[in-house]
Write a protein that binds this ligand. Sequence first.
Ligand SMILES: [Zn+2]
Length: 444
Amino acid sequence: MDRLTVLGGGVLASAEATLRPDWGVEIEGDKIRAVAPNSVLESQAHSSQILDARGLILCPGFVNAHHHAYGLLSHGIPMSAPAPRGLDRFLSDFWWPRIEDRLDGKMVEAAMALACLDMIRSGFTAFCDVLEAPLAGLDSLDVEAAVVEQSGLRGVLCLEASERHGVALGRQAILQNERFARERGRDGFIRGMQCLHTSFTCSESFVRAAKESATRVGCDLHLHLSESAYEPDECRRRYGVNPVFWYDRLGLWDRNVLASQVVVVTDDEMARLAEREVRVAHMPLSNCEVGGGIAPVPRMLERGLRPGLGTDGYINDPFDVMRGAFLLHKAAARDPSVMPAQTVLAMGTAWGAEAIGLPDLGTLAAGRPADFIGIDAQSDTPLTAENATDQLVLFRSRSDVKLTVAGGRVLFRNGEVQTMDEEATRAAARREATRLWAGGGPRG
Ligand SMILES: [Zn+2]
């Protein structure tokens, strides 16, 4: 099996670990064989290729626990003035008619390619993507999978199923998720997931059908939960309870469910989610964009929930998202002691990996998947074992990511993505975005 020795400026093996200066990583196949001092690795490296990354700190790759690749095509699209008020109006007056319902296969493909390029350069090695393109065709997941496969990233892919365009189309999305998850299994770089939208676009029988499908195929299930006050308000109006308890009645919750957003929830709802061992993804920046509010993450942590971090297809720099999580909750709680950098880094790596069902990621150790990145170690103030996490989380950005390795394969080095044609990818994205903005997609 191929061996590669990556000599590092240091290794931060996990969010909880201490920086070890002058350490590196040895890879065999798609796994880590050793994490050790460079001197030891060099002395054992006869049959190994050597990659000199001594100017970089090696740490676990970031995990984007909630992404919408198609969202990248919408960046900068002019909105009506004034912007729609409230998340429900944002969706019904803007996002659904102008974006989601206009997407076709070519746009989906171009968006995913751009998203993968962007993630590789940003230091993500794994992600979970929710495609909300109900009219784009039944093979959308396969179109996306071909792109992700070429990129070398690990991807968990699903179509968002809802009854927004009627029961029949919604049920087809459930079946496509089931088919894709079954075909992909649970061992490869690309996996499937069942996925429903919300309690205001899915009926009780539809939620049950999605859950039964996930159970049948043995895959995880994803949903958006209470992204703004609209969903709990509407759920109480329709069903007399908050969404967490409505879903609880339907038997949805267990450790195989990933709830994204989770912004407007009560303490009782958080307690129930924790009790049912539900996984959570947090999107601090997109929550701001849609005026959803600030998710009660410090209270989730107190209850034992371990949220991953996602970009939501909005601002996709992992450092920006981590800084958002680091800062917003301090301001909201008026307490600088909440959300230390270590916690935020855990959310961006190991907890995100747990959230999307890849719990082996997020720690660099022998036998673990060889998914890691190299961040420029140069800094104007000392970078030490004591402050490494703060330096990396608070004072770096994606342009400081110089190396991305997923499953033992080098995806990015020397300023170049190794697995994709960057120019062609960007050109296709610009072309498809222009078509989307002009309203060229499927909506009749
Ligand atoms: Zn989302």
